[in-house]
Design a protein around this ligand. Structure first.
Ligand SMILES: NC(=O)c1ccc[n+]([C@@H]2O[C@H](COP(=O)([O-])OP(=O)(O)OC[C@H]3O[C@@H](n4cnc5c(N)ncnc54)[C@H](O)[C@@H]3O)[C@@H](O)[C@H]2O)c1
Length: 438
């Protein structure tokens, strides 16, 4: 493939060298004559392990060159990778000025070529950037339409400085957000043979993924450091704790708990987070991540209440009362806070849960019902159909299998609010489906 790489910084120079080493013909473009001259001399413009050797070899073998002139690089290009900087503005917002300029230059150069070229953003940018902000710039400059004269794609870069060449060659996956099939196919050809699975998805998903990955990495660092600060005060070896923590690949380092759903609850998570936060306050420690977990969970509950109230319908049916399916433990079930608030506001509320039978609710759970949710027994119904048929808004509050295909029971005009991503949306033929955070 003929590949043009615009921007020869950390991302661009690693991409250029690695793609050239895989047999592609690469031309790098940068406004900096220093960086262009480095590449032309066969040297790396940045300090990065193994990069100098790769660039020197690619130069020797005639597969890599560089220029400051995009128009000179473009003729014959199959794919253009845009890797220029996307710095923060003073208010923290994303500055796309460099990318817009690069896209305008690429677009102008495209105006005089007849070849279908795929323009791929690799710089980090928020959802909507490629389709709403950059594609129009290219269309205007080239006089052509995306999907017709050229293709657009977003291909996030996940390399880490210091191990960038290894990360490029041994990525876990390569994500291709493709604007059209042809764009996806060209990028697949560019990455053929690079380690990891090639996954084609939508452009906004790929754009968002980059931010989610980096936010999660930042959260991991902040979390581990806060654990370290509490451990030090407690005289506990923080490294020993975290080494054991990461060995649990069922609940800790795993997809578990990482799918958007409803707030956490139950008899352990809220109580234990509160206890460690209380202990940290006793030590006068400031731990913004740990200390705000309960607040974040509360906001999620408040959002659910707002979503349900938005429909301005007074008859509500709640399906699933325990904090998760398969238990009758009602303690600290977050849906009960939603129900309690709406009962207090005078909504007509009916309830259903296959695991809750008031006759059999015993012990701490019974006391909890009497003290905290006295409205529950008179509103609970054993007949699911009765609850669904009597309600205008039906709220699913846990992932019980009984509710998976509940959409099929809805009539026109009814609203289904799914707080747990537990309903098969395809079953909702009549009525409306609304997810809490999806
Ligand atoms: N550095 C990383 O580890 C890393 C990792 C993943 C993603 N990213 C993202 O990739 C993007 C690039 O990051 P970087 O660290 O390589 O940036 P960088 O600042 O090192 O390099 C950007 C290069 O683009 C050049 N440039 C700017 N405007 C240009 C134009 N109109 N035409 C040609 N060249 C132009 C600059 O001269 C510079 O050499 C950013 O969006 C960044 O967030 C960076």
């Amino acid at each position: 493939m003929q590949v043009v790489v615009v921007g020869l910084g950390y991302v661009g120079s690693v991409c250029s060298a690695c793609l050239a080493s895989r047999g592609h013909q690469v031309v790098g473009v940068d406004t900096s004559t220093y960086k262009v001259d480095c590449i032309e001399r066969g040297e790396s413009p940045i300090v990065e392990k193994d990069l100098g050797e790769l660039i020197a070899a690619a130069r020797r073998e005639g597969r890599l060159s560089a220029t400051t002139d995009i128009a000179r690089a473009m003729p014959g290009a199959d794919v253009v990778l845009v890797c220029v900087g996307t710095p923060s503005r003073e208010d923290g917002s994303l500055n796309l000025d460099h990318v817009k300029r690069a896209c305008a230059e690429v677009g102008s150069a495209l105006a005089s070529t007849g070849k279908f070229t795929t323009i791929v953003m690799r710089s980090t940018m928020l959802p909507g950037s490629v389709l709403d902000e950059l594609t129009p710039v290219i269309e205007q400059a080239s006089g052509g339409k995306a999907g017709d004269k050229f293709g657009v794609a977003y291909n996030p870069e996940f390399l880490r400085e210091g191990t960038a060449v290894d990360d490029f060659n041994n990525a876990d996956y390569t994500i291709i957000g493709a604007g059209c099939e042809r764009a996806g196919e060209s990028l697949k050809a560019v990455y053929e043979g690079v380690g990891g699975e090639l996954i084609v998805t939508s452009i906004p998903t790929a754009e968002m993924l980059k931010y989610v990955n980096n936010s999660f990495h930042a959260l991991k660092v902040a979390f581990a450091n806060e654990v370290g600060r509490v451990c030090k005060k407690e005289g506990v070896d923080s490294h020993a704790v975290m080494k054991l923590m990461v060995r649990d690949t069922k609940l800790n380092l795993s997809p578990y708990y990482l799918s958007p759903g409803f707030a956490f609850g139950g008899s352990c998570l809220p109580k234990d987070v509160r206890a460690i936060v209380s202990r940290s306050r006793h030590h006068n420690l400031e731990l913004p991540v740990l200390q705000n977990i309960i607040r974040s969970n509360d906001v999620h509950v408040e959002d659910a209440i707002h979503l349900i109230e938005k429909f301005k319908m007074r008859k509500l049916g709640f399906l699933g009362l325990s904090f998760k399916a398969g238990t009758d433990d009602l303690r600290e079930s977050p849906i009960l806070r939603v129900i309690g608030t709406l009962v207090g506001k005078g909504y007509a509320v009916l309830l259903h849960d296959p695991n809750i039978d008031m006759e059999r609710v015993l012990g701490a759970n019974r006391r909890f019902v009497e003290d905290e949710v006295p409205y529950l027994p008179e509103r609970l119904r054993a007949d699911l159909r009765e609850v669904v048929e009597s309600s205008e808004v039906i709220v699913v509050g846990n992932r019980s299998a009984a509710y998976r295909e509940i959409g099929g029971m809805l009539r026109k005009g009814q609203v289904l609010v799914d707080l747990v991503a537990g309903v098969d949306r395809r079953t909702v033929v009549n009525g409306e489906y609304h997810g809490l955070a999806w």
